[in-house]
Design a protein around this ligand. Structure first.
Ligand SMILES: [Zn+2]
Length: 310
């Protein structure tokens, strides 16, 4: 029986002339074929496995790198929140000081907390907790940022209110008589006194300060000139309205006025000169302070010279 043989022709390097033939039986060739096939499949599987392993490893690496980046961002945001919260706390302390100085009530911590709002709900936190630690931190940062924004908004509104109130108080102070209207000696106080011209006891509704004619007279507060001219027994007179403090000051017996009705004046502005006009026995200033149109003791509206007014 003829046995089929598969042959290889092997040409050796030493001699081109010598050609050797090697015969391998079919079964061996078949076995070799199977083995090589298994080898190729195995190799392919190995390559595939190592590829997917590398891919998985790369994916984990990528995720880690991403998480690391996120954590860095979260840390940065936390630092930012801490810094901004510090700034707001400083503003709160500043506002408390201003409120104390200007006699305004301090906003209690409870009211501030109520204005800012609460923390996230327990369920929300548990849910995020289950998801991912990075997500949990991100959620905490988001909550902190929201609280920070609400704090800033609250601070903005309370400081706006304080600024408005301080401006109002300053205006009131600037329009409240508080200085001497002129230099000289007091010749008559506020209250009942024997009137030298009338010849009997009369209520003196002002303060008389005597000095030479032409001694300058100054406004004792900011205001608007209500009247400047001749007025009965006041002689030449200036009346200034200080509306913010519901008050009027009157300067009588002037030699000459230095302002006109409707003129805006500041505390310390020259408004006229001392004289002896009207019902007067010698050069002096008759100075009146009226609160809600009622004369009050002007000495109660003259602060010590070293007092800080505004
Ligand atoms: Zn008088």
């Amino acid at each position: 029986m003829y046995k089929k043989r598969w042959g290889f022709v092997i040409v050796t390097a030493q001699s081109m002339s010598r050609v050797r033939q090697v015969y391998i039986s079919g079964i061996i060739l078949f076995i070799l074929g199977i083995v090589s096939c298994i080898g190729v499949v195995g190799m392919a599987r190995l390559v595939w496995f190592s590829g997917s392993y590398a891919h998985a490893k790369f994916g984990v690496y990528e995720a880690r790198r991403e998480n690391k980046g996120l954590m860095m961002k979260i840390r940065f945001l936390n630092r930012f929140i801490a810094k901004e919260t510090d700034k707001i706390n400083q503003l709160v302390a500043f506002e408390d000081k201003i409120r104390l100085q200007y006699g305004m009530d301090r906003i209690s911590n409870e009211v501030r907390r109520a204005g800012v709002g609460g923390r996230p709900s327990r369920e929300d936190l548990m849910l995020t907790n289950l998801l991912d630690p990075v997500l949990m931190r991100a959620e905490a940062v988001r909550e902190s940022l929201e609280v920070l924004i609400r704090k800033a908004d609250l601070q903005d509104s309370t400081l706006t209110r304080v600024t408005y109130n301080v401006a109002k108080i300053h205006k009131k102070w600037s329009q409240r008589p508080s200085t001497w209207p002129t230099q000289g000696r007091i010749t008559s106080y506020f209250g009942y006194r024997f009137h030298p011209i009338a010849g009997h006891t009369l209520f003196h509704d002002g303060l008389d300060i005597a000095n030479k004619v032409w001694t300058p007279i100054y406004s004792t507060a900011d205001g608007i000139v209500h009247f400047a001219g001749n007025k009965d027994y006041y002689g030449r007179m200036v009346a200034i309205n200080h509306q913010a403090s519901d008050c009027q000051t009157i300067y009588g017996h002037l030699h000459q006025t230095a302002v006109v009705a409707g003129q805006v004046v500041k505390r310390g502005d020259l408004i006229g000169y001392m004289g002896n006009t009207g019902r007067s026995t010698g050069p002096h200033l008759h100075y009146e302070v009226r609160i809600s149109k009622k004369p009050v003791n002007p000495l109660s509206y003259i602060l010590p010279t070293d007092a800080i007014i505004d």
